[in-house]
Structures are given as C-alpha cells and as structure tokens.
Design a protein around this ligand. Structure first.
Ligand SMILES: Nc1ncnc2c1ncn2[C@@H]1O[C@H](COP(=O)(O)OP(=O)(O)OP(=O)(O)O)[C@@H](O)[C@H]1O
Ligand SMILES: [Mg+2]
Length: 395
C-alpha cells in the first residue's frame, strides 16, 4: 500500500499514531498535576524500561500536557559522555520555561522576582547565560555552581512562585540512568526539599531498568521519594490497538490472523509493533485490508530492517572482546546473565579481562546491570539476534 499514507512510526522518540497502553501512567501524572494545582503534595515519577518500549514518547506526551496546563516545563536528556552539559541544559531550559511565563514579567511579585533571580543566578553559576531573563541575580541563592545545593534552592524558590500561580514545575529527564551519582543525588535532594517546603516541583524521569537502583544508591531515601513505574511491552489488547487503530483511521482493516501473527512476532514491544506495522503496510497489496500473506512478507522485511538498524548499530559499536561477551550472554535468552556464568562460558582464564568489556558495553548503552553481579541486554530480542548472526556466519 502507499507508503505516503503509512501510519506507523518506528524510530527513537517518534510519536505513534496510537499511544496505546499508557493510560494508567498518564493518569498518574494527571492526578499529580491536579493535586499540585490545588496545593496538594505528590511524588515525582520515574519511568523505567528497556530500549524501545516508549519512555521518550511518554515523557513527551506528559510534557505536552504540562505545557497545556501552563506549567514551567523543562526537558533535558542526560548524556554520560558529557556530564557537565546537564547543569547548563537545565539552566537554559529553566530560563526558557520562565520566559514562556509571560505573566511573570507583567505583574512581578516578590516571589516571581526571586524565582527569576534564582534562575539567573543558576545560569551564571553554571555558565549558561545564553537566554537572558533581564533580571538581576538573586544573591546567595542557586549560585554555587554545585548542583547539589543549587537545585534545592530552585525547587524551593521557583516552586514557591509556581505555587502562588497554581501551576507547577515539571523537570523531564530522559536517559536518566546516565546521570552521575552526584547529579542523581542533587535531583533527589531537590524533590525532597520540594516535599518539605510543599512546593510543586516535580522530576519526571525516564531511563533503563537499572534507574531505580542507581537512584537508591545515590540517596537511600530515593526508594520512597518517587513513584516508580515500569514501562514494558504492551498487553495483548493494547498491542492490538497500537497495530490496528492507525490502519483503521485510514480505512484499512487487519485480518485477525495477520494481527495475531504480528502480535506474536513483536512480543508486544512498541518499537517492533511500529516496525512491523510499517513494513507490513508497505508490503500489502491493499487497498483496504491486510492479510496473513502480507503480514508474513512484511514481518520478514521488518526483521531485516531491525537487524540492519536496531541491532547491528549496537553490534557494530562493540569490539571483538565485547562481542564475545554479548555472545556469552545469549544462552540466557534475554533474561539477566550472571557474571559468573559468563566468565565460565568464556573460559575462566579470561576472568580479569571481563571487567573492561562489561564497563564499556554499559557505557555504550548496550547492556546494563540489573543488580550486583548480573548483566542484561538493554534491547529486547538481542539474544536471538546474536544467534542469528552466528548462524549466518557459520553458513
Ligand atoms: N504506547 C505506545 N504505543 C504504540 N507505539 C509506541 C508506544 N510507545 C512508543 N511507541 C513506539 O515505539 C518506538 C520507541 O519509542 P521511544 O523512542 O519512546 O522508546 P524509548 O523507550 O524511549 O526507547 P530508548 O530507550 O531507545 O530511548 C517509537 O517508534 C514509538 O512510536
Ligand atoms: Mg528514549
């Protein structure tokens, strides 16, 4: 069928035509926001899940909702290669968010003046003065250049101005597992302070499944600080909606067996649903239905595209030693592997040399440590991919 009207969007952070199965997560945020606007407390939210489950898309949806509520909205991404970018990005985004708050410049109360002043202080302290609020710095607040102190001040001061306006401050942080321990601790402290001062300052984070553990390592009370929500593959009904609804909007119907086939092959993973939806659509003869033959051809094509893009982009970045490590994980079929087992599979003599491969694979975002002594792929289906490769190579 016509690729011009193809409604599926495989890709990083691309909004799906049907955002399926996230109603409870959206509702959690809406409750938080409604409460905040009434001056009631709520917990910040941390979403965690594997690559391609829809964390970025969900954060963007929630940021859109916060913007519609005229909240101060900050959207940043952590980058493990450039940790000092984070403070500057935060400062610039906060200044931008304040600038969008037109009324803050029309009727400037003391609290608003302090809020704008503290953001200006923070910008100067971290060297992010690109966006000017045209306001003097607030002396002695948010101006140390140390995120651990400054973020607490901002949560208190900017939060207080927002509270007076019956709005909130929502700081969205994607790839949050890549923050340094100090940055995580600063985030925790800011939320903790907001709770004590009853200011509507919230962090909405997204990251890999090890994010909750990393936060708890940074601050022991982090366990109780956040509402932790797992973002995972879609349940059958939701996966069906994700697949069928975008086509139905274009007056194209999926046959039941074609739907079932794609649901099975995708395992309900959002990225795979989009990928297979797209290639099945392109493969289908049309004009207004998709049958099992279309699905079979389209999924094979989609699998090839996943191998070329999603998987091989990761494989190609791995060195020879790292690939051996990835291969040694495959027998666990995507379940976390014990480092001890990997050592054994790679034969004991190489024990010492495992550390660097492990660390650099984590740095590259290809694996993560779900708990001490364990390691897992960050992408679903990687074990099968590694096996497919080995089969191809031995043929
Ligand atoms: N709820 C959903 N329903 C249908 N499709 C979805 C849903 N959420 C995400 N997708 C699709 O899945 C793909 C991946 O989404 P996204 O980039 O948000 O994932 P992610 O969890 O942020 O992945 P990564 O960890 O790689 O950053 C996109 O193509 C998106 O359109
Ligand atoms: Mg993402």
């Amino acid at each position: 069928m016509d690729p011009r009207t193809n409604p599926y969007n495989p890709g990083a952070g691309l909004r799906p035509a049907a955002l399926a199965g996230r109603d409870a997560d959206i509702e959690a945020f809406e409750i938080l926001a409604d409460r905040a606007e009434r001056g009631l407390l709520g917990r910040s939210i941390v979403f965690s899940g594997l690559r391609g489950v829809g964390k970025t898309v969900l954060l963007a949806e929630l940021a859109g909702r916060a913007l519609e509520r005229s909240w101060l909205v900050v959207q940043v991404e952590a980058e493990h290669t450039q940790p000092d970018h984070f403070s500057r990005a935060l400062a610039t985004e906060l200044a931008n968010a304040a600038r969008r708050q037109r009324s803050w410049f029309e009727r400037t109360t003391d609290k608003i003046k302090q809020a704008l002043g503290s953001i200006t202080s923070f910008q100067a302290a971290v060297g992010a003065e690109g966006v000017s609020l045209g306001i003097e710095r607030l002396p002695g607040r948010a101006d140390t250049g140390n995120l651990q102190f400054d973020l607490v001040d901002l949560a208190e001061i900017v939060g207080a101005a927002a509270r007076d306006d019956h709005i909130g401050v929502a700081v969205f942080i994607d790839e949050m597992q890549d923050l340094t321990a100090e940055q995580m601790s600063a985030i925790c402290r800011s939320c903790h302070r907001a709770g004590q001062a009853a200011t509507p300052w919230f962090v909405i984070g997204g990251g890999l499944p090890n994010l909750p553990t990393r936060l708890a390592e940074a601050e022991s009370y982090a366990e109780r600080l956040f509402d932790y929500r797992k973002i995972d593959r879609l349940a059958i009904d939701d996966a069906t909606v994700a697949l069928v609804e975008p086509a139905a909007d274009q007056h194209v119907a999926w046959d039941a067996d074609a739907t079932q086939f794609v649901l099975d092959e995708s395992g309900g993973y959002p990225y795979f649903l989009q990928q297979f939806g797209k290639t099945v659509w392109d493969a289908a003869a049309g004009p207004d239905s998709i049958d099992l033959d279309d699905a079979t051809i389209g999924v094979a094509e989609g699998q090839e595209q996943l191998d070329i893009g999603f998987y091989s982009s990761r494989w190609e970045r791995a060195t020879k030693a790292e690939r051996e490590f990835l291969r040694a994980m495959a027998p666990d079929n995507g379940e976390p592997s014990r480092i001890g087992d990997i050592t054994e599979r790679l034969n004991k003599a190489r024990t010492q040399s495992l550390g660097p491969a492990r660390a650099s694979l984590i740095g590259k975002g290809i694996v993560y440590a779900p708990e001490h002594g364990m390691i897992a792929y960050t992408v679903p289906g990687m074990a099968d991919y590694v096996r497919r490769r080995d089969e191809d190579e031995t043929e």
